[in-house]
Design a binder for this molecule. Structure first.
Ligand code: UDP
Length: 312
């Protein structure tokens, strides 16, 4: 039987590279497409010699061609951390708009299933808590985070427009804060920052008073959810994340207690429009996909810490 092919934009990124591993491990061919602005070739170096893996260095903002059959197109290309997307504002908006169109067109031409990696950021600074898929969000359209939030909202709209216009099989996953090996240590997010600070004996930086909340999902759990969605009959949008919610101060205390009780905490200004609370309602994914996260934060942070210590 010939193998099915999955094309993953952002395939050299944090989530994209873990998806490449999963599909190669489950008997698929993979085409990873990446311009490597925030991804890293190191993330897929171990797949280079695999005959079922192909890497295309390509910016998906520009139309591109792929030869041969493609059965699934997964659009994971985008700067994803607030620091990264604010450093690449136009690239972020363009990959969410032109990039999404180019990948939708590719999926249409190949008669492939299309999966859009959306985000909890489409809920903005949410007024409904926990966030359910039916909530339309609270985004400042001209704020500093809007480049990412609106690009992803647009990408969801484009995905559904193609579904309506061309009856395409599409899927949308809204990804909440996810962490694990292969994040960029300097991407500015709270997990790599705290790990970097612990490993280098520096104080933990808390932005604002630390009462804002987030819920952290280990990457293996997320990959399990995304691949279930892709291979299911479901369209979504569907939330995926870990529903265990922490204040950032609680999260810092958990890390400090486990790794260095003497580590200091310092407070720094809260970035503009930083969401005050975030926790996914995952009832839909539980019911439709039988999915829920399994990795406890303590274990996932341990694995991530070990990886960063070994891959400095
Ligand atoms: N944050 C923090 N210290 C850091 C980095 C981030 O207190 O060194 C806070 C940030 O203000 C936000 C939360 O941690 O409230 C999560 O930030 P992150 O950048 O990881 O992702 P976000 O959920 O905001 O996209």
């Amino acid at each position: 039987m010939s193998k099915e092919t999955v094309l993953i934009s952002g395939g050299a990124g944090f989530l994209g590279s873990h998806l490449c591993d999963w599909f190669i491990g489950h008997g698929f061919k993979v085409i990873a497409v990446d311009n490597v602005i925030t991804g890293s070739l190191r993330n897929v170096a171990h797949l280079k010699a695999n005959k079922d893996f192909k890497l295309m260095k390509q910016d998906v903002i520009k139309p591109f061609k792929v030869s041969g059959p493609v059965h699934y197109v997964c659009h994971f290309a985008s700067p994803a951390s607030p620091v990264d997307y604010m450093n690449h504002p136009l690239a972020t908006m363009l990959v969410g708009s032109y990039g999404t169109h180019n990948l939708l067109e590719l999926a249409r031409a190949k008669k492939a299933v299309f999966l859009m990696a959306s985000t909890s950021e489409i809920y903005g600074d949410p007024l409904v808590h926990p966030q359910v898929e039916g909530y339309w969000g609270n985004v400042n359209t001209i704020g500093p985070r809007s480049i990412y939030d609106e690009a992803k909202r647009y990408a969801e709209a484009a995905t559904f427009a193609y579904k309506r216009a061309y009856k395409m099989d599409v899927k949308v996953v809204r990804i909440f804060n996810t962490y694990g090996p292969r994040m960029q240590i300097k991407d500015g997010r709270v997990v790599p920052n705290f790990i970097d600070q612990i490993l280098n004996h520096r104080p933990l930086t808390i932005y604002g008073n630390g009462k804002q909340t987030r819920s952290f999902c280990y990457v293996d759990d997320l990959v399990d959810g995304i691949t279930r969605l892709l291979l299911s009959k479901m369209t979504g949008p569907v939330n995926m994340g870990n529903p265990r919610e922490f204040t950032i101060l609680e999260f810092a205390e958990l890390i400090r207690k486990k790794y260095n009780p003497k580590a200091k905490i310092i407070y720094q200004p809260l970035p503009q429009d930083d969401p005050k609370q975030r926790r996914p309602d995952i009832s839909l994914a539980r019911r439709e996909l039988g999915w829920e996260p399994k990795v406890a934060l303590e274990d996932g942070i341990g694995k991530t810490m070990k990886w960063f210590a070994e891959n400095k």
